[in-house]
Design a protein around this ligand. Structure first.
Ligand code: NAI
Ligand code: 15L
Length: 266
C-alpha cells in the first residue's frame, strides 16, 4: 500500500521531524510543509513553506495530495489570538482545500488537552465528554468537530489522534501514563492511513503503559496495538520530586496545561 503524494504539515516540528523519515515508505512523494524552515527536499520529497492561516497558500499546498497527516499548528497553550490563526483558521483552510482538491483522508493531530479537565485516574473512551483545558485544547476540539462535519457532509475520512505525550522519554509522573513512543506513534499513523474503512474516528495515542486513563475499544477497526511501555523509565522519573497533591497539575489529566494563563493581550 502506497500513496502517490502524501502531505505532512508541521514538518519542522518535533513529531514532524520524526515522521519525515518514517512516512517516506508510505508514498511515492512526501510533500513537507511548515511555516518554519525545513531541511531541503531529498529524494521523493517536496518542501513547501507556508502559513496554515493563508487560505490561498494552503489551497495550493493540498493540490495533488491524496492524504494528509496534519501536525502543523501551535502545540502549547498560547493566547487565543495566536491559536485562532494557526489552529482554527488553519484546520478550516486545510479541510476546505481537501474538499476542493479531492483529498480523501486526514490524520489530524488532536490532543489529550481536549479532555484535560477530567481528573487523573478516571477512565475515558472516545465518547467521554470533552473538557478542554485551554484555548489550545479548544482549538483541537474545534478541529475534531470540523473534521466530523467534513466527513458527514463530504465523506472526507479523518482519524483524530488524541496524542498523550510523544517525546523520546516521559519527563514526569504524568507522562508515565500519557507517553506515546515514536515507534507507536508511527504505527498509529500507519494504521490510520491504510485501514480500508476509516470513517471518522477518535483514537487516544499512548503506548502500552502500566497505567493508562484512556481506552480505544471504539477505534478497534484501526487495528492499532501499541508495543512500547513507559515502564523502562520509571526509576528515572520517580527519582524526581513528586508534585504537591493539591497542585492542579497533579489532579487533572491535562497536567500543567490546566493552569496556564490567563494571558493579558489587551
Ligand atoms: P511542534 O510545536 O514541535 O510542531 C508544530 C509545527 O507546526 C512547528 O514546526 C510549527 O512551526 C508549525 N506551525 C505552527 N504554526 C504554524 C502555521 N501558522 N502555519 C504552518 N505551520 C505552523 O509540535 P509537535 O510536538 O511536533 O506536535 C505536532 C502536532 O501534534 C501538533 O499539532 C500538536 O498540537 C500535536 N500534539 C503533540 C503532542 C506531543 O506530545 N508531541 C501531544 C498532543 C498533540
Ligand atoms: C500536547 O498537546 C503538546 O503538544 C505537547 O507539547 C505535550 O505537552 C503534550 O500535549 C502533553 O500533554 O504532555
Amino acid at each position: 500500500d502506497k500513496f502517490g503524494r502524501l502531505l505532512l504539515t508541521g514538518a519542522a516540528g518535533g513529531l514532524g521531524k520524526v515522521l519525515r523519515d518514517r512516512l517516506k515508505p508510505f508514498a511515492d512523494v512526501l510533500r513537507l510543509s511548515d511555516i518554519a524552515q525545513m531541511s531541503p527536499a531529498g529524494r521523493g520529497e517536496e518542501v513547501v513553506r507556508c502559513d496554515l492561516a493563508d487560505k490561498k497558500a494552503v489551497d495550493a499546498l493540498v493540490q495533488g495530495c491524496e492524504a494528509i497527516v496534519h501536525l502543523g499548528g501551535i502545540s502549547v497553550e498560547r493566547p487565543f489570538e495566536e491559536i485562532v490563526e494557526a489552529n482554527i483558521k488553519g484546520v478550516f483552510n486545510l479541510y476546505e482545500a481537501a474538499r476542493r482538491h479531492g483529498a480523501r483522508r486526514v490524520v489530524f493531530a488532536s490532543s489529550n488537552h481536549v479532555i484535560g479537565f477530567h481528573p487523573q485516574g478516571e477512565m475515558l473512551d472516545a465518547d467521554s465528554p470533552r473538557r478542554p483545558d485551554g484555548y489550545y485544547g479548544l482549538s483541537k476540539s474545534f478541529g475534531e468537530d470540523l473534521s466530523r462535519f467534513y466527513f458527514d457532509r463530504y465523506g472526507i475520512e479523518t482519524a483524530c489522534l488524541r496524542i498523550g505525550s510523544s517525546f523520546p522519554e516521559p519527563k514526569d509522573r504524568r507522562m508515565m501514563v500519557t507517553w506515546l513512543s515514536y515507534a507507536d506513534l508511527t504505527e498509529l499513523v500507519r494504521c490510520c492511513l491504510f485501514t480500508p474503512k476509516l470513517g471518522h474516528a477518535i483514537v487516544y495515542g499512548m503506548s502500552a503503559n502500566r497505567t493508562v486513563w484512556w481506552e480505544n475499544s471504539k477505534a478497534a477497526h484501526l487495528g492499532f496495538t501499541p508495543r512500547d511501555s513507559s515502564e523502562q523509565f520509571r526509576a528515572k522519573v520517580e527519582a524526581q520530586p513528586a508534585l504537591d497533591p493539591s497542585d492542579p497539575a497533579a489532579q487533572y489529566q491535562g497536567g500543567a496545561f490546566v493552569k496556564a494563563g490567563p494571558f493579558e493581550t489587551l
